[in-house]
Design a protein around this ligand. Structure first.
Ligand code: ADP
Ligand code: MG
Length: 174
C-alpha cells in the first residue's frame, strides 16, 4: 500500500489540496487528509483499519465511488478496527439499506442509498434517529442528496485505477 505523507492540510500552511483535478462535488474548502493507492481488496481493508482515529464518533461519512470501487470493502476494515464486526460479516446493504454493527466504542451504521431516489424515501429511513454521540454513519451513494453532502464530516472517494488498484482519498470538513 502506498501512503502519501505527510498529509496535506491547509491548517499546516501547506498548499491546498488539488481538488480542482477532481470533477466530483467535493467541497473545495476541504483538506485531503489521506491519500493512498491500494493494490488489493486486503490492502483496502487494511487501510480502513487505519481510519479509527479519523472516524471517532459521532461522524457522518460519505463513501463515494462507482459500483465495485471498494466502498463496502473499506467498511470491512472500519468495522474490524471498531471491533464492531468481522470482515466476513460485513456485506452490502444494497437491499436492506441499513446494516448496524455495534462495537464497544461506536455503533456503525452502514447505509446504501443506491436504490433510494427521492428525499421523501430518504426520510423514511430516519437517518437522523441514528445520529447519536456514539454513532458513525457510513453512507454509500449519499452524494445523491445535497443535505447529506452538506452535513457530512468526512468524505472518502474511491476510484478504480486498474483491475485491482484503487485510489482512495479522505477529505474532512474544514
Ligand atoms: P462497492 O461497495 O464500491 O460497490 P465492493 O467493495 O462491494 O464495492 O466491491 C469491490 C470489488 O473490487 C470486490 O470484489 C473486491 O474484491 C474488488 N477489488 C479488487 N481490488 C480492490 C482494491 N484494491 N480495493 C478494494 N476492492 C478491490
Ligand atoms: Mg457497496
Amino acid at each position: 500500500m502506498f501512503v502519501a505523507l505527510p498529509p496535506r492540510t491547509r491548517a499546516s500552511g501547506a498548499p491546498g489540496p488539488a481538488v480542482g483535478l477532481y470533477t466530483g462535488r467535493v467541497k473545495t474548502k476541504d483538506a485531503i487528509l489521506r491519500e493512498v493507492t491500494t493494490q488489493s481488496a486486503d490492502e483496502t481493508i487494511a487501510f480502513g483499519r487505519t481510519l479509527a482515529g479519523l472516524l471517532a464518533p459521532p461522524k457522518l461519512v460519505l463513501l463515494r465511488g462507482d459500483l465495485g470501487a471498494g466502498k463496502t470493502t473499506l467498511v470491512k476494515g472500519i468495522a474490524a478496527v471498531f471491533d464492531a464486526a468481522a470482515e466476513e460479516d460485513v456485506t452490502s446493504p444494497t437491499f436492506t439499506l441499513v446494516h448496524e454493527y455495534r462495537g464497544p466504542r461506536a455503533s456503525l451504521f452502514h447505509i446504501d442509498l443506491y436504490r433510494v431516489d427521492t428525499p421523501r424515501e430518504l426520510e423514511t429511513l430516519a437517518l437522523d434517529d441514528l445520529r447519536a454521540e456514539g454513532s458513525v454513519l457510513l453512507i454509500e451513494w449519499g452524494e445523491k442528496f445535497p443535505r447529506l453532502v452538506r452535513e457530512r464530516d468526512v468524505e472518502i472517494v474511491l476510484e478504480r485505477a486498474g483491475e485491482n488498484r484503487r485510489r482512495i482519498r479522505v477529505y474532512v470538513s474544514g
